[in-house]
Design a protein around this ligand. Structure first.
Ligand SMILES: Nc1ncnc2c1ncn2[C@@H]1O[C@H](COP(=O)(O)OP(=O)(O)OP(=O)(O)O)[C@@H](O)[C@H]1O
Length: 868
């Protein structure tokens, strides 16, 4: 059994039991009775029957054939393949000549019946622009469409059973409440006052009255014990926004209309929140309301339709019904017994291809929105069909993607009857789009919708009470007129009559012989009165028994009340405990929140510190790298400085040693002179100048008279002066250099070349004669790599001084340093070097040599020649 709470039409509309929303929905559908969407097709007449070719042909009441226009041109093949006619079958096909009345009778009348029986229905028109959707739904003055006919049929049916206005009042949540008779009266007066204030015409518009002309006959199946009220709403979906066409805007200007939102009520029915719902009491009133909204509806001129709907319009008729009380006179004042059903009449905007309409700007945007919403309707129905065929709910139809589908979600997902009229314009140009429409329609009629059910509360009231009450009153009046005054005291006790006796006779007074009927009825009533007297005695006995029973129950009730009070006290205690525990829990939760906040802030701080630590670490490592670099740099500098200093010191030491040796020699000579017997002779051979100069700076050697200074040593080279640092040979005599260098020196190749004219090169100083023989200058050439791996050539220059003993000594007085820098060398690149004058290897590619030649000139230009 399908649960009835899914139906929008229901007897209990307040606090209904809720149905689980997901998962079970399709199961319910599987277990309940379903009907396919009823699809009808209406082929409109051609605008110019003589001129246009028709691409649609009605075969019979259920089959229509579409013929490709190329077939008329005797062309059987197109770009997309062979051309052929296609047949489509629907529930009913209306020929171009079909009247509006026919369409209403076949399509809409069953839906009005549903409405009266408390069931929901949805009817929408679908088709290409200009295919006759609005004509079918609304019609014109001469040919009234489905909507006015529905209203006409409805009001004809419920005319005698309508409530007074404002008996039911919308509760703004898609439900209704029942006002008391006094409140309803007050509302009516207020409405009348406001009408007078606005100066509204009370008489109905003759044009409207003509539209509302009577045609339809009453629809059977009405519950005569109920009372009815009709409410209408009229909204449009324009550019996927819902606008209330009946809203009273301050300036009565449609531009001021605010878009509305679609909501779901407690019964899972979709509704437009805050929509204006107007109670109407006649078809004229309904048409007037409809026309008010129609004026605000967005229409526009397009190439394909002079007055094309640019929005989807939804006109909803809601029928509210509630049972009358036991007397059959007033509505029962209980909102839970209200039944609300609705019939939604939807005129969809037409699908249109922009290349045909040549729309631009706003029209183009409208067309895009129209096509999107139609496409979404198609997608939703396809999803539903697929789910139903597979027996699952794998695909969720995207109802919310468009306001139209969202509004009608409860029809497709819940219960109700859904009907569609597919409108076809048979002209050849519409063929392609008609094919699309037909395919959609074919697919739609495979979608199953759960049949609506109505659950009625059994109030224990007699059926037909309203009618009986009416007739009873008539009979009483007649008896009274005939002199039976006691008839006036008779109470209408319809419940008793119906429960204790045969059914009340169904007499209808429809002829002049009705008096006979009345007398029959009077006899029947007198018989009833007699019977009632006997029954009254019986009922008094029963009442006594009932009183006894009541007494007993009262006692039981008292004891139960005491028990109940005790339980209440216990419950109160438990509640207090519960509240205390809840408070405690709240405190704990607060403290947990507090702690969580602290934890979060600490975590943030930790993150911040970690970030800082990381930054500091990277800074330190950067610094360490810098320091390491500096250290290396200074170490290299230090090594160079140390090397330089040690060399300088060595030179100084050498000089000091030489000086010492000279002095020792002199001392030795002086001591020889002192000891020598031939002192005077030797003294003469010594140059006074030389001795004097060497001895005058010696404080511990006392100067002696020339005649006592003698030297035992006789020079092997007579005529050669003894070693003297200040001894210089005349430059005019010419210098002869002794060049002392490594075995394979690196060619200097610099502009600054050492000037060593008249030189002799040696690699090893083996023979002292090399120094003594005419050599006046000595040059020691040392080559090595500096700290940067570049070639450094150092020239230690000195004078060769012959010594007294026949040897020679060199006094260094000049150091030249030549550095060669390669332009290709990088700070990281170390050349292989041989500190002891070893060969440097240059494995350079030919191209690089060429480039280096030009660079090398610059390199040599910047080379320094420090002089020490
Ligand atoms: N069955 C019909 N008989 C006579 N005239 C018709 C019929 N159907 C449509 N028409 C006429 O065709 C014209 C266009 O029809 P209608 O406005 O109803 O089209 P539509 O489908 O609603 O277009 P749109 O989607 O652009 O709003 C109207 O003038 C209408 O009177």
């Amino acid at each position: 059994m399908k649960p009835s709470m899914r139906t929008p039409a229901r007897t209990l509309n307040h606090h209904p039991p809720q149905t689980p929303r997901t998962g079970t929905r399709n199961l319910h559908r599987q277990n309940s009775i379903t009907d396919p969407v009823q699809v009808f097709c209406r082929v409109r007449p051609l605008a110019s029957p003589g001129g246009d070719l028709a691409c649609a042909r009605v075969e019979n009441s259920t089959t229509v054939t579409l013929t490709p226009p190329d077939l008329f041109a005797k062309q059987t093949v197109s770009n997309t393949g062979p051309l052929k006619e296609t047949q489509y079958m629907f529930k009913h096909i209306f020929e171009p000549q079909a009247s509006q009345r026919e369409v209403f009778g076949a399509v809409a009348q069953p839906l009005v019946e549903n409405l009266i029986r408390g069931k929901n229905s949805l009817l929408f028109t679908y088709g290409v622009t200009g295919s006759g959707k609005t004509f079918t739904m609304t019609g014109n003055h001469r040919d009234r469409g489905v909507m006015p006919r529905c209203l006409d049929a409805l009001f004809r049916t419920i005319s005698d059973y309508q409530t007074k206005k404002f008996t039911f009042k919308p509760d703004k949540l898609n439900g209704f409440e029942i006002l008391s008779q006094e409140d309803a009266l007050l509302e009516r007066q207020q409405e009348m006052n406001s009408r007078f204030a606005k100066g509204r015409r009370k008489d109905s518009d003759p044009e409207i009255a003509s539209q509302a002309s009577v045609e339809a006959s009453p629809i059977p199946g009405i519950d005569e014990d109920n009372m009815y009220a009709v409410f209408v709403t009229y909204v449009e979906v324009y550019n996927n926004s819902v606008f209330d066409l009946l809203e009273e805007s301050p300036l009565n200007n449609q531009k001021n209309l605010q878009s509305k939102i679609v909501r779901e009520d407690a019964n899972h029915n979709m509704y437009v929140h805050g929509v204006t719902e107007i109670e109407i009491k006649s078809v004229e009133e309904a048409i007037e309301v409809f026309q008010t909204g129609q004026k605000r509806k967005k229409t526009g001129h397009t190439l394909l339709n002079a007055e094309s709907s640019r929005s989807h319009s939804v006109f909803t008729i809601r029928l509210v019904q509630a049972p009358t009380d036991s007397q059959g006179e007033c509505v029962i004042q209980n909102r839970h017994v209200i039944t609300v059903s609705q019939l939604s009449l939807v005129d969809l905007a037409g699908s249109e291809r922009t290349n045909r309409t040549k729309n631009q700007g706003q029209r183009l945007r409208e067309a895009a929105n129209i096509n999107n919403s139609l496409m979404n309707l198609r997608t939703c129905l396809e999803c539903l069909r697929e789910n139903q065929m597979n027996g699952n709910s794998k695909k969720i139809p995207p109802y919310r993607n468009s306001k139209v589908t969202h509004l009608f979600k409860n029809y497709f997902d819940g219960e109700g009857q859904v009907s569609m009229i597919v409108c076809i314009n048979p002209r050849a140009e519409d063929y392609d789009e008609n094919v699309q429409v037909m395919q959609f329609a074919e697919m739609t009629q495979q979608v199953q919708i759960s049949r609506p059910t109505v659950q009625k509360l059994d109030m224990g009231l007699s059926a037909g009470r309203r009618k009986a009450n009416k007739m009873f009153k008539m009979a009483v009046n007649n008896l009274n007129d005939l002199g039976h005054t006691e008839a006036k005291t008779l109470e209408v006790d319809l419940g008793l009559i119906y429960t204790l006796g045969p059914n009340f006779p169904n007499y209808e007074m429809d002829s002049p012989e009705s008096n006979a009927v009345i007398s029959d009825l009077m006899n029947y009533l007198q018989h009833r009165i007699e019977k009632r007297k006997s029954l009254k005695g019986d009922i008094e006995n029963r009442c006594d028994n009932f009183r006894m029973l009541l007494l007993k129950m009262e006692k039981e009730n008292m004891s139960l009340k005491t028990e109940n009070a005790a339980l209440h006290a216990g419950l109160k205690l438990e509640r207090e405990k519960h509240i205390a525990l809840e408070n405690k829990l709240q405190r704990y939760e607060d403290s947990i929140d507090d702690l969580n906040r602290k934890v979060r802030s600490r975590e943030e701080k930790i993150k911040e510190f970690q970030k800082r630590l990381h930054e500091t670490k990277s800074m330190l490592s950067h610094k360490a790298q810098e320091e390491e670099k500096q250290k290396k740099h200074y170490n290299a500098k230090l090594a160079v400085e140390l090397d330089k200093n040690s060399r300088e010191l060595e030179i100084k030491l050498q000089r000091q040693r030489d000086k010492c040796r000279v002095k020792e020699e002199k001392i030795r000579m002086v001591s020889q002179i002192v000891n020598c017997e031939k002192l005077p002779t030797l003294m003469r051979s010594l140059s006074t100048e030389e001795v004097g100069s060497n001895l005058e700076n010696r404080p511990n050697i006392a100067p002696k008279p020339l005649d006592i200074i003698a030297t035992p040593r006789i020079t092997s080279r007579p005529g050669v002066a003894v070693a003297n640092a200040r001894h210089r040979r005349s430059r005019s005599t010419g210098e002869r250099w002794l060049e002392h260098r490594g075995v394979n020196p690196v060619p200097l190749g610099t502009i600054l070349q050492p000037q060593l004219k008249n030189r002799k090169s040696i690699t090893k100083l083996t023979d002292v004669k090399d120094l003594t023989r005419k050599t006046t200058k000595y040059c020691l050439i040392a080559q090595g790599a500096d700290t940067e791996g570049e070639v450094e050539t150092t020239l230690y220059k000195g004078n060769v001084i012959p010594t007294c003993a026949g040897g020679a000594q060199v006094i260094f007085d000049d150091v030249e340093c030549l550095k060669q820098k390669s332009p290709l060398s990088s700070p990281n690149r170390k050349r292989p070097s041989n500190v002891g004058g070893v060969v440097y290897e240059h494995h350079l590619p030919v191209q690089e040599v060429a480039s280096r030649c030009t660079m090398s000139i610059e390199g040599h230009q910047t080379s320094k020649r420090p002089k020490i």
